[in-house]
Design a protein around this ligand. Structure first.
Ligand SMILES: Cc1cc2nc3c(=O)[nH]c(=O)nc-3n(C[C@H](O)[C@H](O)[C@H](O)COP(=O)(O)O)c2cc1C
Ligand code: SF4
Length: 442
């Protein structure tokens, strides 16, 4: 029995290879496993060349949006300005727990990726912004940074390269919105963690007004492997007919599955095989009803849709959803979708930073409606109101938290409308027109 579950033979463990191996946590142990060789190589390489390799590898951001990493880095030029790298370790998306495991088991893998990326974008200073509740990951990463400084891997003369690389670890205070990149920067600057209007984009004016690159933990941890083994090696992982989605991806799986946990598979893996072979399907005697494949912000799939999907950016879009953060939430046939969706909308209403009217009012309003439908007190008109509010709060705000709240409502109503309708008492399903004559009660 290995890390919390045995590795499945169909996994391709690259980032997760040393999960469950406490020896990999220390600097010595990490070095014994080949750690910091990629950084040594990178520090002796021109940043533009590193940017080109990462671009060529096809790596895309693993934080949710899938933006090409090499392209993001190529916005950072040798312009003589102070540059910053931010590592987004805020991981608060419901259903997502992949970055947490990277930091718990292989903290030096992250430190190496962060230092390498800092050099590649002409930055001397990097910040790792860790979710406030992540007590153990914070301790592990802080310890790894201390060890790396003591060994001269970080600091004024990183690995004897003559280049300065400083890494600061910052612990958040538990706000989901601080995972949004510009809110994260505001929070790091000591301000309220509100997202900023873009443009300007971080590459132009980011942290402290300086050109900044922000990347997710998983993205940065993949980079040393690419530098060590080459872009072509990385591109081999994925389905041959889709060069837009390559490499492996960590998927965290929770909910009604026999084997929940964290799995690493190549992008393009068949979702049916993942759900049944790798994760063991629904617990005994049950049937999967619905799946959210990419963290709570992406559209819900029915079982049939999920079974036909391929696990990459394009495959999930073709199935009507998104890869997102790779947080797979499985619901079996016992689950009440109205209750589940109401729980999600309450989360977003609680986490809204309240700058935008559509989000502040919309998230609270649809939560009230969802909860009264859940409690059997909704009306048929509530369903139309839900659609109308959800549509009006999508695509109109500073960040996409507002859309994220609307998404499960819209996809839930589209795919599980019968469950909503079953919650509405017949006596409440007509419009009460003021002054209209009503038939006397029998
Ligand atoms: C409300 C909201 C929350 C987010 N939370 C996270 C998060 O916890 N971790 C993360 O890496 N990205 C998060 N993102 C995405 C980031 O804004 C950003 O796209 C990402 O860190 C970029 O890194 P990548 O290119 O490596 O994916 C969030 C976005 C939004 C709108
Ligand atoms: S959409 Fe919501 S969370 Fe995002 S900036 Fe506007 S109010 Fe804040």
């Amino acid at each position: 029995m290995g890390y919390p579950h045995p590795a499945h033979p169909r996994e391709t463990p690259i980032l997760s290879r040393h999960f469950g191996d406490p020896g990999a946590r220390s600097l010595e142990g990490w070095r014994e496993r080949g750690g910091y060789e990629a950084l040594r190589q990178a520090l002796a390489t021109d940043p533009q060349q590193l940017q080109a390799v990462v671009k060529d590898s096809g790596l895309r951001g693993r934080g949710g949006a899938g933006f090409p990493t090499g392209m993001k880095w190529s916005f950072m030029k040798p312009d003589g300005k102070v540059h910053y790298l931010c590592c987004n370790a805020d991981e608060s998306e419901p259903g997502t727990f992949k970055d947490r495991e990277i930091m718990r088991w292989t903290p030096h893998a992250l430190v190496e990726g962060v230092a390498l990326a800092a050099h590649a974008i002409y930055a001397e200073t990097a910040y790792i912004y860790i979710r406030g509740e992540f007590t153990e990951p914070y301790a592990r990463v802080s310890r790894a940074v201390e060890e790396a400084y003591a060994a001269g891997i970080l600091g004024a003369d990183a690995m004897g390269s003559g280049r300065r690389v400083d890494v600061h670890v910052h612990r958040g205070a538990g706000a989901y919105i601080c995972g949004e990149e510009t809110a994260l920067m505001n929070s790091l600057e000591g301000r309220r963690g509100n997202p900023r209007i873009k443009p300007p984009f971080p590459a132009v004016a980011g942290l402290f007004g300086q050109p900044t690159t922000i990347n997710n933990v998983e993205t940065l941890t993949a980079v040393p492997h690419i530098i060590r083994h080459g872009a072509e090696w990385y591109r081999q992982h994925g389905r041959p007919d889709n060069p837009k989605s390559v490499g492996t991806k960590l998927f965290s799986v929770c909910g009604n599955v026999s084997r929940p946990g964290l799995y690493e598979v190549p992008l393009g893996f068949p979702f049916r095989d993942f759900l049944y072979d790798v994760c063991g399907g629904a617990p005994s005697g049950r049937e999967i009803k619905a799946v959210i494949p990419g963290g709570s912000s992406v559209p819900i799939l029915t079982r049939e849709e999920a079974e036909g999907a391929l696990m990459d950016y394009e495959g999930f879009v073709a199935a009507g959803t998104m890869l997102g953060s790779g947080g797979v939430i499985v619901f079996d046939d016992r689950q009440d979708m109205v209750r589940q969706i109401a729980r999600l909308t309450r989360f977003y209403a609680h986490e809204s930073c309240a700058q935008c009217t559509q989000c502040r009012e919309g998230t609270a309003w649809i939560t009230r409606i969802m909860e009264r439908i859940r409690d059997g007190e909704g009306t048929a008109e509530d369903l139309d109101t839900l659609v109308s509010i959800s549509e009006n709060m999508s695509g109109k705000t500073i960040c996409v938290l507002s859309d994220s709240c609307a998404t499960p409502v819209l996809s839930g109503l589209k795919k599980f409308r019968h469950e909503f309708e079953a919650r509405i008492a017949p006596s409440r399903s007509t419009v009460a027109v003021p002054g209209a004559l009503r038939a006397p009660a029998a």
